[in-house]
Design a binder for this molecule. Structure first.
Ligand code: SF4
Length: 341
């Protein structure tokens, strides 16, 4: 599968702005530290200029990204003035395009007509689930039909479409999450993000957690489920550009996350488990594995093969009674390959 080029993103938070209400799991203030407010023109200019000064030469595509709220749920004049401000930077050539995240039920022809003419290339939909019961319990206020309709309208207008999916919401389970992934893949998004549900302070979910009404997924179960989803999307040739919440200072502040499968390197845990599975199946296929083995992988995958704190190596040693395992790099191997000798 082709790797999609990672753009240099200039994030502009519009924390909870445009949200019709609070979804049960959400607290953007805990995630981003930004108080609900629409940034002024001057603030946008300062933020963009500051970020551009950090950009390294080799980063080709630059995008201004509005997120943390419901972009197309903003008042029309706010949508237009934010886009006008961002477009100044595309006009002077320092930024290539604009992206934003929005709820599926904000996608309609009227709003898409409003943003036509602005250099918006990518729209991310907060899909979260394709199960209407899970969506209702998350207090999303939209259904899977809204997502299907939104995807069709965005594709008609040639936007690059991202879909954000959550796992471990109230009422969700592995079968429901896999079924949701199938429905998402059938909508042919250009990329997907997968977020485990964590209990954020001051959210409705936090109240349900305190009262015992909601129990988050354990981290190891969640990693295994996200691994299945990742492998499924990969089979369908849909890039998964993020797994797990982005670690930010605010998120890591004590008291922001009350419970749930949060790990600062969640994606790494998923990739490590994939390498563990691969190595296990190769060793299993050897009738009598040697007592001492070497595993070669592409240099970029050494730490994924080892796992965090050498966890994979310890598991393989115990599982197959191997006394010594070396992990060596081999540039001739592909990203997904490993050799055992
Ligand atoms: S999930 Fe999205 S729509 Fe819901 S409250 Fe959070 S930012 Fe708003």
């Amino acid at each position: 599968m082709d790797k999609i080029e990672k753009p240099f993103i200039i994030p502009i938070f519009i924390s909870h702005k445009g949200c019709p209400h609070r979804c049960s799991f959400c607290n953007q203030t805990a995630i981003t530290g930004a108080e609900p407010d629409i940034p002024s023109s001057e603030a946008i200019r300062l933020m963009v200029s500051e970020f551009l000064s950090y950009k390294k030469e080799q980063r080709k595509t630059v995008q201004i990204s509005f997120y943390g709220g419901n972009f197309l749920g903003l008042k029309e004049n706010d949508i237009v003035s934010l886009l006008q401000e961002a477009a100044r930077f595309t006009e002077n050539g320092s930024v290539d395009s604009i992206r934003f995240s929005t709820r599926p039920d904000t996608i309609d022809n009227r709003r898409l007509d409003l943003i036509r003419g602005f250099p918006v290339s990518t729209i991310e939909l907060g899909v979260q689930s394709m199960d209407d019961r899970v969506l209702a319990m998350a207090r999303r206020g939209h259904t899977s039909a809204d997502t299907e309709k939104a995807a069709a309208l965005l594709k008609e207008r040639d936007y690059s479409v991202g879909m954000q999916m959550m796992v471990g919401l109230p009422g969700d389970d592995e079968a429901i999450a896999m079924a949701a992934a199938h429905k998402i893949a059938d909508l042919s998004p250009d990329f997907v993000r997968i977020y485990p549900t964590v209990v954020l302070a001051d959210s409705l979910l936090a109240r349900w957690y305190d009262s015992g009404k909601y129990a988050p997924m354990p981290l190891d179960e969640c990693v295994t489920l996200v691994k299945r989803l990742y492998l499924f999307f990969r089979e369908r040739k849909i890039p998964v550009i993020r797994m797990g919440l982005q670690a930010s200072e605010d998120l890591l502040k004590e008291g922001s996350i009350l419970a749930g499968p949060y790990h600062p390197a969640f994606g790494h845990l998923v990739h490590s488990e994939i390498f563990l599975d691969r190595a296990s199946s190769v060793i299993e296929s050897q009738n009598a594995p040697n007592e001492t083995i070497s595993i070669s992988v592409h240099p970029r995958n050494i730490s994924k093969m080892r796992g965090i704190r050498n966890r994979n190596i310890e598991i393989l040693k115990n599982r197959f009674h191997i006394s010594s395992i070396k992990v060596v790099s081999d540039v001739s191997l592909g990203e997904d390959e490993l050799n055992i000798f």
